[in-house]
Write a protein that binds this ligand. Structure first.
Ligand code: MRU
Length: 367
């Protein structure tokens, strides 16, 4: 996607074709800074500290982390260590394990001196594949938006509520939940996006609002608690979110607060769709609430908040009283029964084992 007319992906190789560069998402929206990753440890830190975040981008970054690791140590022990270091960075998004397992399977099958080139080539493939997948999600999701627009007789914008950031910053390009929105906007279907702020890290207020603004998409940031009220008053036609891990049963893990939006959507007959690339499906899990691991992060994400002061300086301030205890659950699970449909690169399906198996029959019985 474009920033000030210049095309960007969220991750790329520097001119030396070895160093990895990313947009530092902890600095947005007030600063646009590129961070340079030169080692396995740099990549692990970037994922853990969320300079890169979003399930597909975490997978892509981890793939490049393996490539950098092979430059440091291309032995079997080096492959194992890199896999362990990167796996430990974040637990919920399954794309991380998917990318690492894929990389390792290929690296194991090669002699050590072939591993650097192979790892860079495969990491580039994973990135390109992510872009193609997300573009296809956009095409299928576009039809969902078009149907809502036509059902309304083509009057007024389609009002879409989204949570967290599942846009191009969360992927290599296009995004998942936002890809259909960009495609609709580009085709002239009027859309307006209600952007949940997404406490505690404010991915909506900081990242989704910034992305949509760069692309000229009409949007407004709303407090996390506003969605239920807006749905009761007919202000939301459609919800679309992303997911970090989708169980084979159709249960979806996504940013904390997604479940409450799905409950409000069901109570108000608002369709609730989830956009996902197939590497986000965990075919080994049949009960998301029970079996998807939920990341718990540090208290400072809840106790403190960053923003721009009147001097244009980015400052961090404390919100909570000294000494108040904090709990910081990063994700929740929306049960399949609350999901209207899953938008994948192969089409839209029911959030169910049968729905997913219908689109990905080759995966049935493989795990
Ligand atoms: O903690 P984050 O910012 O990595 O969480 C991201 C999300 O919850 C996204 O909605 C999800 O990864 C889908 S991204 C296409």
């Amino acid at each position: 996607m474009k920033i000030d007319g210049e095309a960007y992906r969220s991750i790329w190789l520097a001119e030396d074709a070895q160093t990895v560069e990313i947009i530092d998402q902890t600095r947005l929206p007030h600063r646009f800074e590129v961070a340079v990753l030169r080692s396995l440890d740099d990549v692990a830190r970037a994922i853990r500290d969320m300079l890169v975040r979003g399930a597909p981008l975490i997978g892509a970054a981890a793939a490049y982390g393996m490539a950098l690791a092979m430059r440091e140590d291309n032995t079997d022990a080096g492959v194992e260590r890199a896999h362990a270091v990167l796996t430990a960075t974040r637990p919920t998004a399954v794309n991380l394990c998917w990318a690492l397992d894929d990389m390792c399977a290929r690296l194991w099958s090669q002699p050590a001196d072939a591993r650097v080139d192979l790892a860079y080539a495969r990491a580039a493939d994973i990135c390109n594949q992510d872009v193609a997948i997300n573009s296809a999600i956009g095409d299928h999701g576009l039809e969902v938006i078009r149907a809502v627009y036509e059902a309304r007789g083509g009057s007024g914008p389609v009002n879409i509520l989204t949570h967290c950031n599942a846009g191009w910053l969360a992927t290599v390009d296009w995004g998942t939940a936002l890809a259909p929105i960009y495609k609709a906007h580009d085709l002239g279907i009027p859309v307006h996006v209600w952007v949940d702020e997404t406490r505690p890290r404010n991915q909506g207020a900081a990242l989704t609002a910034w992305e949509l603004g760069c692309h000229g998409v009409s949007h407004a940031v709303v407090a996390d608690n506003a969605g239920g009220h807006m749905m009761q008053h007919g202000l939301v036609d459609l919800c679309i979110t992303g997911t970090d891990r989708t169980a084979a049963s159709g249960d979806v893990a996504n940013k904390i607060g997604t479940y409450l939006k799905a409950l409000a959507a069901r109570d108000n007959n608002v369709p609730f769709y989830v956009g996902l690339p197939s590497p986000t499906i965990d075919w080994t899990i049949t009960n998301g609430v029970r079996d998807i691991p939920i990341e718990e992060r540090g208290p400072e994400e809840v106790t403190h908040i960053a923003g721009k002061d009147s001097n244009d300086e980015v400052v961090t301030v404390q919100l909570t009283p000294d000494g108040s205890a904090v709990a910081n659950y990063a994700f929740d699970i929306t049960p399949a029964r609350l999901v209207t449909g899953l938008i994948t690169e192969r089409g839209v399906c029911a959030a169910s084992r049968e729905g997913l198996a219908g689109l990905f029959p080759e995966r049935v019985g493989t795990v």
